[in-house]
Design a protein around this ligand. Structure first.
Ligand SMILES: [Zn+2]
Length: 131
């Protein structure tokens, strides 16, 4: 049985990160289908699973490999973006961000210090803001 499976999988692509994502997505869709637009999400979920298997058994290894790389690059971008958002959110709690009216340089000042004179570090322009 195991041998048969190995023979069947010879020359076929197999599982990768994108496949795992596709199956996870199918599972989520299946759960959604239990609560909302039953038939619609059920069919979409089945199609997603079929597509997942299609990729695993595909003989076009090159193309599947490129798809997976694209997926990984996209996920990496998304991760970086989320990380940046989280960082900015933390910063906003402690700092206020102004942009210089003269050169548009972004300037970070600590919050809760009342009216302060801000000197732009780039063009030396001075302006008053409430922090
Ligand atoms: Zn400036």
């Amino acid at each position: 049985m195991k041998d048969k499976l190995r023979k069947f999988m010879m020359g076929r692509y197999g599982i990768d990160a994108l496949s795992r994502f596709i199956f996870a997505l199918a599972l989520i869709l299946l759960v959604i289908s239990r609560f909302y637009l039953r038939d619609f999400f059920y069919i979409i979920s089945l199609m997603t699973i079929l597509y997942g298997y299609y990729r695993i058994f595909s003989r076009n290894i090159d193309r599947r490999y490129r798809e997976n790389n694209l997926y990984l690059a996209y996920m990496n971008k998304l991760k970086k973006l989320l990380h940046k958002q989280k960082y900015m959110f933390k910063q906003r709690k402690v700092y206020r961000i102004y942009s210089c009216p003269n050169c548009k340089q972004k300037i970070r000042v600590p919050k809760g210090k009342g009216k302060i004179m801000i000197t732009c570090p780039k063009c030396r322009n001075e302006f008053i803001k409430r922090s």
